[in-house]
Write a new protein. Sequence first.
Length: 343
Amino acid sequence: MKKIHVNSLFFKLALSVLAGVAVLSAVLSYVNIYSSEQVFTDMFSKSQEKIFGQIEERFYSLYTDFAEISGAVAEDEAVQAYLAYQGDDTVTEQQLVYQMQQRVKQTKIHEYNNVTLWIAGTSGRNYMYNYADIVNVPLAEIFQYPVTIDASEHPGQVSCSYMESGFTDTMKNTPAVIVCRAVLNRRHEVCGFVYLMVKESEIRSFYDYFLTGNSNIVVFNHANEVISTNNPEYFQAGSEELNDILNIVAQAKESRSYHALRRENGESIRYLVQQFSNSDFVIAGTVNAKKAFYEEYGLYRSIAVAFVIAAKTILAVFFSCAAADPAAFPPCGQHAGFKAAGF
């Protein structure tokens, strides 16, 4: 096949025209993509707010049920009597256990097959609602857990904390969320604790299916401790990711819903923080809207395909012209117009 000379007048003119068209197309594409990106970002952020509303609804329902269950158990006289009993009468002890069991069964705990309920007294007495499970950590050690200490210091309130491993056989080496409430005796002294334990993955299931590869969600308790997240980096105390989002949460304390847009490592990251109704729990989310936009519409692939098509079109035009009439494209110095001018 005969080749077209790269220094021909046609080649240079064609190259100039194609370069101009490419630049114009690139500018128009950038403007169009930028405008579309802004619209997408706004819409994406609004959709995240709606998602937060759904997560809050599900989490709040779980939180109120746990508060109701632990409160009913902690305030029950049969439970208090069982934990305070120091006699050795087997019949009396069995009667107290039976009365306590009946009271526990009247709560909503039967609606949560994946939740462990355990009652532990400072006297050493304890009761597991699910007999198929047993505690594998010494009682003295459990009483030193931050969630236990917090519940002891705030009687009547529910304390909640994340643990890398639960303290029962079914949750051994499994990240768990622990809810704890103190049990008070008639003298208003702490005589025991009610524990509700659920796998952290169960909490994460409330929002996991909403997430993409460009977004994260973190749930904080009243002490700004992470109790659930899809990103393990947020569980690392002192990590840059955790410090950044804690700063955002601190700024958001003045308002129930908070938005912020920050540039990090050359990327625009949008933060959304919302406080759960009637609680001190906070949910925070991060979204890299630009990456989400490009991945949602496959722009990286579309741009690559466009370049490939353009390159193939240019090559097809040149080869077609060269094959049709090679003599029509002589080198620049041999063109008739240049010869007549004496070049």
